[in-house]
Structure formats: structure tokens, C-alpha cells
Design a binder for this molecule. Structure first.
Ligand SMILES: [Zn+2]
Length: 288
């Protein structure tokens, strides 16, 4: 959908010249549409998945460029939605529903939001947000930033769908910096509270991240710090899949090789099909 739009999926990062606020905006329309198509998910679950992917991109935008961010929306009864925001703007996700469940619960009173940040050195940091009265995903992401990062933050994400297609997806994140003047913070909070719903902002502005930035920072002089493209993509490879296969145990691999078995695997994230012949499976036995 929306293939005629000249806009690309982009993140923008800016800071107000008075040092009070940092803002990131994103247009994630095509990225989210591709991830939804790869997972073959529809309806309200698809829109929620689109919001989660957009949220993961925004959370990563607040951090160092080499970081990976994974957001998991888990439900005890329905399964989980997974969103990965990776370096270079690569974005992908997984929808893993419990058999027989077709719709992920929107009230989310039986689940949690888990956010994992992986540092380039392999260290990970995990934060968890438990159910609260406000069931909007934007509110959960905001809670995560408040509790885990201890930064006063406001996040708004949306994935607006019509006729089974993503029309617009995007959002913004606004953070108060330590130098922020309390009066300026109060005025900004009031302004954003009275702003139209993010759905309307995206529709009216084609989710243009520049227009969103101008709206969120209305009345402030700001400097644009960075502009980066995001896209749907995956990091899978035969080597990675072989690495995952190695965990099934040496005996099983030996018998598969002996039987001349060709392993056929699809990547859960992007659907890429891999055919692994026994001679390459055999390399797992020589490595260990
Ligand atoms: Zn893949």
C-alpha cells in the first residue's frame, strides 16, 4: 500500500536548542507492512504487532547505534509478539500465537512487556513492565523508559490499518533532559496532552517524520542531529541456522548425516527457505 508516497521509512533525532528535550520520530509504514506480511498476521493483532515494531525502533533510537533492542509482548494465554530493532535500521519480528488463538488480547491484563537491550560486548539488560490500568502499548513503553532508564519520557506509536493493509505506521518519543526548566516541561506536557491522537497525526501527515517532529516540538527551536533509514530485514544465514541446529545434539546430527537427510528449514522471521545437505550438516560434527 501507499507505494506512491515519496516518503521513506526514516527516523529523525533532534534536540531543542535550550537543551530541554530530545525527540525522535519515525515513519515505519513499509517496514511494518513487510514484517506483517512475512508473519501472515491480520486484524487487530497485526496493528498491535506494527505498534510493537515501531516502539522497538524508537527505544533503540534513544540508545547507542550498535545496540540491539528486542521488545516482547507476552500473554499467558495467547502467546507472544516479538519485535527486533537491529543496527543499521534492520527491523523484523515474530508472531507466535498459541494454537487455536487467532487474536492477541488487546487488554493485555494477562501478560507483560519485556524489553531486552543487547550490547555489542554480549552483555544484556532486561526490563519488564507488568500490566497496569492503561492498556495502550504506548503507555507500557513509556513505563519501561521511566523505570528502566529513569528518564521522563513520552512515547506514542500507531499502526493504522484499513482493508487489511497498513496505511501509516510511525510515532515519536520525547525525553526530558536534566537541564529542562520545570515550566517548559509543564507547558510541553500540557501541549502533548492536548495534541490529537497519534493516529490522526499520522494520517494527516502521511507519517512524515519531519512533520511529526515539527508538531511535537512546536514553539521550540531545535537542531536535527541524525536521520537514518529503517527497513524490514533479517540477519539469518545458513551458518546461523547450522549454529542453532548444533544444539540438537551430536547423536541426532550423526544419524541425520548417516541417513543422508537433507534438512529443510524456513527462517521464522523472514521466511527465507534453507536447504542444508548432509555434507554441510557434517561440518557440525568436525567443529565440536
Ligand atoms: Zn531470516
Amino acid at each position: 500500500m501507499n507505494t506512491t508516497s515519496p516518503l521513506k521509512d526514516t527516523t529523525l533525532r533532534a534536540m531543542t536548542n535550550d537543551g530541554a528535550f530530545r525527540v525522535m520520530t519515525v515513519r515505519s509504514t513499509e517496514t511494518v507492512a513487510a514484517a506483517i506480511a512475512a508473519q501472515g498476521v491480520a486484524g487487530a493483532t497485526a496493528a498491535l504487532f506494527g505498534q510493537l515494531l515501531t516502539g522497538a525502533v524508537l527505544v533503540r533510537e534513544t540508545m547507542a547505534p550498535g545496540l540491539k533492542v528486542q521488545c516482547i509482548l507476552a500473554s499467558k494465554t495467547a502467546g507472544q509478539l516479538v519485535a527486533d530493532s537491529l543496527p543499521k535500521g534492520i527491523t523484523r519480528g515474530l508472531v507466535q500465537m498459541v494454537e487455536g488463538i487467532t487474536e492477541f488480547p488487546v487488554d493485555r491484563d494477562d501478560g507483560a512487556l519485556l524489553v531486552t537491550r543487547a550490547l555489542p560486548n554480549g552483555e544484556t539488560h532486561r526490563g519488564i513492565v507488568e500490566p497496569s490500568a492503561d492498556t495502550r502499548l504506548s503507555a507500557w513503553l513509556t513505563q519501561y523508559m521511566l523505570r528502566s532508564e529513569q528518564i521522563a519520557t513520552r512515547i506514542a506509536v500507531s499502526c493504522f490499518m484499513m482493508g487489511g493493509h497498513v496505511v501509516y505506521a510511525g510515532g515519536y518519543i520525547l525525553q526530558e533532559l536534566p537541564e529542562a526548566d520545570p515550566d517548559a516541561v509543564m507547558a510541553q506536557t500540557e501541549y502533548l496532552d492536548n495534541l490529537e491522537f497519534i493516529d490522526h497525526l499520522l494520517i494527516e501527515n502521511e507519517a512524515d517524520p519531519q512533520k511529526l517532529l515539527d508538531i511535537v516540538l512546536k514553539g521550540h527551536d531545535y537542531t536535527l542531529l541524525a536521520e537514518d533509514e529503517i527497513r524490514f530485514g533479517c540477519t539469518c544465514s545458513e551458518a546461523r541456522l547450522l549454529g542453532a541446529l548444533a544444539t540438537i545434539g551430536r547423536e541426532d546430527i550423526e544419524s541425520m548425516v548417516a541417513d543422508g537427510e537433507v534438512v529443510e528449514i524456513d527462517c521464522d522471521y523472514c521466511g527465507t527457505h534453507y536447504t542444508i545437505p548432509p555434507e554441510r550438516l557434517k561440518t557440525l560434527l568436525t567443529q565440536s
